[in-house]
Design a protein around this ligand. Structure first.
Ligand SMILES: [Mg+2]
Length: 427
């Protein structure tokens, strides 16, 4: 047995058996006991996670997300109007998952709720807040957790765009190696570089660090873990959505609608790829590929939003300017509209290879920008490209990726997407 000393705690000396760090997290624990006062009057008669979005309680979306990630058991930590949740979800069998409950007082704080559930917690579990939605990829989270060998890891939104008008302020500082250096609930420190959004992986040994009084997990336990370098932070550029106020609940509702989004690379997918080191500099050089218009027409008809995501280094190299590019794209949209095909937006990277930008594929920056501007769930979107860099960008952003080849053009691919949609729909 490998024992790993993590130092003196308040009362104990704790050891972790490194072999016990598991890659098999099957239990999710959701903090769902708060009163949701900022969401009043909506939460006067229902607890916050039962707020209705697109005719379904928000908690159903979280449960679906967990089931898709291979979680088989959920522990709901309740306090405020617990019966409303228990009546709705029961033992979880209607949702394909096992649900257990731990019911405490309304006045219990988050840490106390976790501690009170100790007897039903797995050795390692996923801990979440009930009001945040983030496109969880549990496998990646667990890999990160195992690699960092900390007692707990959390998920940190990189917050590069400050999330626009609903901006969240940073409250955490993660170092370059992925360890959390500071957790500041007051959000006042100067050196913060992200927002803690929960989605923690927790080793049950953390409970031995917890005090006996009524306490907040964020305010007491997280700083203790940080002091001992036992909290790692998985950084993500995927926006997260939350329902703590009526305004952001509406945005979350839009995000959680059934989405049909397709990202297309341009050159080599829609139009003929120009020769190496040359670019499409005007409309007369833009040669649509066979089947491309028809493919986009069918997608439009089936309710897909189409986005083009393209590298246009010709701008950085001075062979064309952004005005030239805009004219090409206006013409393209006009031509497509004539045939009943619609492009929602075109995103392009004008930079050169050495400009160090975040948007030139294989980097996923353009995808994240589109996702943020249009509330797109990238993990449910498809990216179609003709180059390895397209696949890399799509994969990093969590999209499903498909490669155009000489044997399989855009129309072939779109036909198979729409066919599989019909098959799923008829089941
Ligand atoms: Mg291409």
């Amino acid at each position: 047995m490998i024992l790993w000393n993590i130092g003196e705690t308040l009362s104990n000396l704790i050891y972790i058996d490194v072999n016990m760090i598991t890659d098999n997290v099957k239990q999710a624990v959701i903090l769902a006991g708060g009163e949701g006062t900022r969401l009043r009057p909506l939460t006067r008669n229902i607890p916050k996670p039962m707020a209705i979005l697109n005719n379904r309680p928000f908690l159903e979306y979280l449960i679906e997300l967990l089931r898709e990630n291979g979680i088989s058991e959920i522990v709901l930590l309740l306090g405020y109007l617990p019966e409303k949740i228990i009546q709705h979800f029961g033992d979880g069998s209607n949702y394909g998952i096992n649900i257990k409950y731990s019911v405490g007082k309304i006045t219990d704080q988050t840490g106390t709720r976790i501690k009170n559930a100790e007897s039903i917690l797995d050795d390692t579990f996923l801990l979440m807040y009930c009001d945040n939605y983030w496109p969880l990829n549990l496998k990646r989270l667990i890999e990160f957790y195992i690699e960092h060998k900390t007692l707990a890891s959390t998920t940190v939104y990189a917050n590069k765009d400050s999330m626009g008008e609903y901006g969240a302020e940073n409250n955490i500082c993660v170092d370059i190696d992925g360890y959390v250096l500071k957790y500041d609930k007051s959000r006042k420190s100067k050196d913060l570089n992200g927002v803690d959004i929960g989605f923690f992986i927790i080793n049950k040994n953390v409970l031995a660090l917890m005090p006996n009084h009524n306490f907040s997990f964020e305010e007491e336990t997280l700083p203790l873990l940080v002091d001992k370098r036992q909290l790692s932070g998985y950084q993500t550029e995927h926006r997260y959505y939350y329902i703590s106020t009526v305004e952001n609940l509406k945005q979350t509702e839009q995000y959680l609608q059934l989405q049909k989004n397709i990202f297309l690379d341009r050159d080599g997918v829609i139009n003929q790829k120009p020769p190496d080191k040359d670019y499409v500099k005007n409309w007369s050089e833009f040669n649509l590929l066979y089947g491309a218009i028809e493919a986009m027409r069918r997608l439009t008809q089936k309710g897909y939003d189409i986005y083009i995501v393209t590298n246009q280094r010709g701008i950085a190299r001075g062979m064309m300017d952004e005005q030239d590019l805009r004219m090409i794209h206006d013409k393209l949209k006009e031509e497509l509209e004539k045939h009943g095909a619609r492009i929602k937006q075109i995103y392009y990277c004008p930079h050169g290879q050495d400009d160090g930008c975040e948007c030139r594929k294989p980097k996923p920056g353009l995808l994240f920008r589109a996702a943020s501007e249009h509330n797109i769930n990238l993990t449910k979107a498809i990216f179609i490209g003709d180059d390895e860099s397209d696949l890399q960008a799509g994969d990093t952003a969590g999209c499903k990726t498909i490669l155009v080849t000489p044997e399989r053009n855009l129309l072939h691919i779109v036909e198979s997407i729409l066919n599989s949609e019909n098959t799923v729909g008829s089941q």
